[in-house]
Design a protein around this ligand. Structure first.
Ligand code: FAD
Length: 506
């Protein structure tokens, strides 16, 4: 054992971030580390965060979680993408799906063939060639790896679930694997006089919890990394001006659709997340452009089902910590920064940061090189997602409110300007190699927000016009046939993962 070796891990905070961290460390390093998680029921969790992206399936696989059991206990549903309503212009609507559209041919992305057909006078939408769109329109879901016996990929999906049940589920998982949970409010932090490393935390009532490495999962408070170690925060509100949310549950939807809806409003947007027993709703808005009272009225007027409670306010500042790891402390979840929930990326960031941390986890708390690498990669990831989110706000024809005029005319990072220009000119995607969002996502959102590329890849001219028409017609037929063979989303849930009545009553 080396001097200063890390034997005891202390996680402060028991929200989604704290329990994902505990579960992952227990599974992958639990034999080597003693793990203690401190949380306070009196403080509670942020209580939102119910929509995910497909990468969560990787986390579940690593943890060995059974999908159906997981959905039963979290009242979860399946998610094929996010429907954006009124974003590019009032009245517009598109689905950012988790899958590909059409079928790439001879190494050329499908949307170039589609664009070519448009140039020859065809009237179709890119989404006429989307398996996900067809399944979403008919509220169907099933496991489908491929479309027929073609190379067309099947349904890629993620989940919606109840946030508080998710944390409880992971808590059970972690405690069964040896994680100790301690209830209490952290009042003070002890540091080493020489290195400045954290050595212990003290709880109200006097209990002291010592450790070698600390994970700050205290939510927006960022008690350890922000308040104690003084790591600053980069504020990105000038690009992503929403800074408040009101969340409210409502009755379940008459038909549980397999997608999240994000409807743009006058000064922000409203989410609708369908769960088995209720619907999650929230209005994310910019306090500079609308009052809290008007924001609450907008939320309640936009509900599809009866509200079950009063709207609950949440404040935030979009941005990130200037370092994610300082001394012997890493912040995860809301303590590390916040990218607003438009593309459901926060839970993904937790799991991605945890897995990076585990890959780089040091034997000794003195780990300058690992720390630098971790900070470098987390920074790039935050910035790439930031740009993708800004795209939704900036690339709009809306000028019907001060908020949208601001978003349309604001300066955006050069990295995004370049991507927009490239796509507008030729339909090509200037995606960074390690960007979370694939080409298919950039294409759907750029088209959905109203960019019609002026040209397409010349390689798409390689096939004859008649072949192109036949190719497109065949794709539509194949998709329609595949979707007709899927069960309804509700039937699938009922059959495989109907919410556990005991956990619903809890
Ligand atoms: P929290 O849930 O706030 O947990 C903090 C923990 O720290 C709690 O256990 C608390 O008790 C503890 N704590 C704090 N101070 C102390 C103290 N002094 N002593 C002891 N314990 C303490 N993400 C998605 O992926 N998809 C979404 O759809 C989505 N929607 C969102 C909508 C909104 C409006 C917001 C604000 C966020 C959303 N997120 C979403 C983000 C998601 O909610 C968070 O990433 C996730 O819940 C993790 O939160 P957390 O665990 O970091 O913090």
């Amino acid at each position: 054992m080396t001097e200063g070796s890390v034997r005891k891990l202390v996680i402060v905070g028991g929200g989604t971030a704290g329990w994902i961290t505990a579960a992952a460390f227990a599974r992958l390093l639990g034999q080597r580390l003693e793990i203690e998680l401190v949380e306070s029921e009196a403080i509670g969790t942020v209580g939102v965060g119910e929509a995910t992206i497909p990468q969560i399936i990787r986390l579940n696989t690593i943890l060995g979680i059974d999908e159906h059991d997981f959905l039963r206990r979290t009242s979860g549903t399946f998610k094929l993408g996010i429907e954006f309503v009124d974003w590019g212009s009032l009245g517009s609507r598109y689905l950012h799906t988790f899958g590909d559209t059409g079928l790439n041919l001879a190494g050329v992305a499908f949307h170039h063939y589609w664009r070519r057909s448009m140039a020859s006078g065809a009237q179709s939408s890119l989404w006429d060639f989307s398996l996900h769109q067809a399944a979403a329109d008919q509220a169907r879901f099933g496991k489908l790896d491929r479309v027929g016996n073609t190379a067309m990929t099947g349904l890629a999906y993620a989940y919606h679930f109840d946030a508080s049940r998710y944390a409880l589920y992971l808590r059970d998982y972690s405690e069964q694997r040896g994680v100790t949970r301690t209830e209490g409010i952290v009042e003070s932090v002890e540091r080493d006089g020489t290195s400045g490393d954290i050595t212990a935390i003290s709880l109200k009532g006097g209990k002291r919890v010592a450790g070698d490495f600390f994970i700050d999962c205290t939510g927006f408070r960022a008690l350890l990394l922000g308040q104690e170690l003084g790591v600053g925060y980069d504020d990105w509100s000038r690009w992503l001006p929403c800074d408040r949310a009101l969340a409210v549950p409502s009755e379940r939807l008459p038909t549980i659709v397999p997608y999240t809806r994000a409807t743009a409003k006058k000064a922000g947007w409203q989410w609708r997340i369908p769960l088995q027993h209720r619907t999650g709703n929230g209005h994310v808005y910019s306090s500079g452009f609308i009052s809290d009272e008007a924001a609450a009225d907008t939320l309640l007027a936009g509900l599809d089902t009866k509200a079950l409670d009063d709207p609950r306010p949440i404040r935030f500042t979009t941005g990130r910590r200037q370092a994610f790891w300082s001394h012997n402390c890493v912040a995860l979840g809301l303590a590390s920064g916040f990218l607003e929930p438009l593309e459901s990326t926060s839970i993904h960031l937790i799991q991605s940061h945890v897995s990076r941390l585990i890959q780089l986890f040091p034997r000794s708390a003195h780990a300058e090189v690992e720390r630098a690498e971790y900070n470098r990669r987390c920074t790039a990831e935050f910035e790439q997602i930031r740009d993708f989110l800004i795209l939704h706000y900036h690339q709009t024809a809306r000028e019907d409110s001060e908020f949208w005029r601001y978003c349309k005319n604001m300066d955006v990072p050069d990295s995004l300007t370049h991507k927009l220009a490239l796509f507008a000119a030729s339909g090509r995607v200037g995606r960074d190699v390690d960007d979370l969002f694939r080409d298919a996502s950039w294409v759907q959102v750029m088209l959905g927000q109203g960019i019609v590329p002026a040209d397409y890849d010349p390689m798409a001219d390689q096939i004859e016009p008649a072949q192109l028409s036949e190719f497109l017609a065949n794709l539509k037929t194949l998709i329609a046939r595949s979707v007709a063979g899927l069960p309804s989303h509700e039937d699938y849930l009922r059959q495989h993962c109907a919410a556990d009545p005991a956990s619903l009553a809890a």
